[in-house]
Design a protein around this ligand. Structure first.
Ligand code: AVJ
Length: 321
């Protein structure tokens, strides 16, 4: 079967992405607490740095989730059943997706990702490994309404949302996303979602502030990207990486901290920051068992199983429409 065809559902061309990036950066730098959405981390450099993060000794989520997919492959297969169209939110990781597809014998695979080139490569690689599986990549922003390929219409669906990516969203956006996909995947659908657990603060903070400095480089690359793509003069060397646990919101926050008073220009507009002031660059929410259930139910999904027996703790939750 192979890759059938890549559907494109982005209304922005490359210059359109520049426009959205520029708008988010200016809006974010103009707020009292400066903040830039985490989605802008993932240019080519940022995506490569994130791949490096997933292999760090301190960054447990990827290892824990892979261990769960491996350890519970048979139970997953029994709970999900064969023949489903697997709709993955994100282009698929070369380790996690094959583990799931190997376990459940799906009827089709539909990766949904905003990065068209990355999607093309990962769909081709996946297809080479599963030559009999029809693959229908959809180039789209999965936080927005997405139309699925007509060919999978008659198949029951499994949404696959691994990696605790949902943790990047505040509760309201997470619920919006879950509700949208409840509607799009339809009655009888299942959703398999990876959720990072609340745990001791040291383990959490080390996962986002590793000793090799890869996460710091990932965070600082956002400033480099602004300089590269938006003609910025941000003095990147005068910023420090900070990752801290916010207990009220149950999330790790990443910030870029001004090491001294500084000023810079981003495509014509000037900004100043006082020493110690920060740009909030990411939230990574963590969920206890009841929190995760509540979130799923609010989004229109009923949890039916959870696999949870790894250390450091991470959960794979299966929910039904
Ligand atoms: C890809 C969003 C799941 O929040 O753990 C890793 C991104 N940021 N280290 C996460 C990330 C810093 C990651 N997600």
């Amino acid at each position: 079967m192979g890759v059938v065809r890549q559907l494109r559902q982005v209304d922005a061309d490359d210059s359109g992405i520049d426009i959205a990036f520029r708008a988010d950066v200016h809006a974010g730098l103009s707020q009292a607490q400066k903040a830039i959405p985490a989605r802008w981390f993932y240019d080519a450099t940022g995506s490569a740095l994130f791949e490096d993060i997933t292999g760090l000794p301190e960054y447990y989520p990827t290892r824990s989730e892979v261990a769960l997919l491996t350890r519970h492959a048979r139970e997953l297969a029994a709970a999900i059943g064969p023949g489903r169209a697997v709709v993955e939110l994100g282009s698929g990781s070369s380790t996690k997706t094959p583990l799931l597809l190997d376990a459940i014998a799906p009827g089709a695979y539909v990766p949904v990702d905003i990065s068209g080139d990355f999607l093309r490569d990962s769909a081709a690689a996946l297809s080479a490994r599963f030559p009999d599986l029809p693959v229908y990549p959809v180039e789209a922003d999965f936080t927005q309404p997405v139309a699925l390929p007509r060919e999978i219409c008659g198949l029951p669906k499994l949404g696959f949302f691994p990696g605790s990516t949902i943790g990047n969203m505040v509760a309201r956006s997470a619920v919006d996303l879950l509700r949208h996909w409840r509607g799009a995947l339809g009655d009888g659908a299942l959703m398999l979602i990876g959720v990072d657990r609340i745990k001791d603060i040291g383990t959490l903070e080390r996962a986002y502030d590793d000793s090799a400095g890869v996460t710091a480089a990932f965070n600082l690359n956002l400033l480099e990207r602004i300089n590269r793509e938006l003609g910025g003069t941000i003095p990147v060397a005068n910023f420090d990486h900070r990752a801290c646990w916010n207990d009220v919101h149950a999330r790790i926050e990443m910030h870029l901290v001004a090491a001294c008073d500084l000023d810079f220009i981003v495509d014509g507009r000037s900004y100043t920051m006082a020493k110690g002031e920060t740009i909030h660059s990411e939230n990574s929410h963590k969920y206890g068992p009841r929190d995760a259930s509540l979130l799923l139910r609010a989004g229109g999904w009923t949890p039916i199983a959870a696999w949870d027996d790894v250390d450091p703790a991470f959960a794979l939750i299966l929910a039904e429409a």
